[in-house]
Design a protein around this ligand. Structure first.
Ligand SMILES: Nc1nc2c(ncn2[C@@H]2O[C@H](COP(=O)(O)OP(=O)(O)OP(=O)(O)O)[C@@H](O)[C@H]2O)c(=O)[nH]1
Ligand SMILES: [Mg+2]
Length: 111
């Protein structure tokens, strides 16, 4: 499992070396990309980045929203980001569910 540095929504030629490395690691090493959206950061730029990555990588994606513990209505954020799940690494909310969905996705991939 690779935890990449955060990537900002900007053209690839403007990305920092560590962002380019993150994109390349997903392109050449990943079987599944878990995209973790931050509900307190700009929605449009995160969706634009997600759209770019989906179009570039051609990999299975699992879109997840974080910081559920700070949200009154996690399901609203799931809808806003077209995500599967809202999680909180801080409290553990939905983390086991995310783990199970990752395993299920990987089981469905032909090696
Ligand atoms: N309340 C709350 N805070 C969180 C949660 N997840 C992350 N944070 C906070 O958000 C900040 C950034 O978290 P990171 O996990 O470092 O974020 P990141 O996207 O991996 O950051 P980079 O690796 O630097 O790109 C930290 O202050 C965390 O404590 C969460 O589920 N709930
Ligand atoms: Mg990080």
């Amino acid at each position: 499992m690779i935890d990449t540095p955060g990537i900002l929504d900007r053209p690839v030629e403007k990305m920092k070396p560590e962002e380019k490395e993150a994109v390349l690691s997903m392109k050449y090493l990943a079987d599944l990309v878990v995209f973790l959206a931050d509900p307190f950061q700009d929605e449009a730029s995160q969706l634009s980045l997600l759209n770019y990555l989906k179009g570039t990588l051609h990999k299975p994606f699992l879109v997840v929203v974080g910081k559920a513990d700070l949200l009154e209505d996690p399901e609203k954020e799931v809808e806003r980001f077209g995500a599967e799940l809202c999680v909180s690494p801080l409290t553990g909310y939905n983390v086991e569910e995310l783990r199970n969905r990752i395993i299920k996705e990987l089981e469905g991939i032909k090696w």
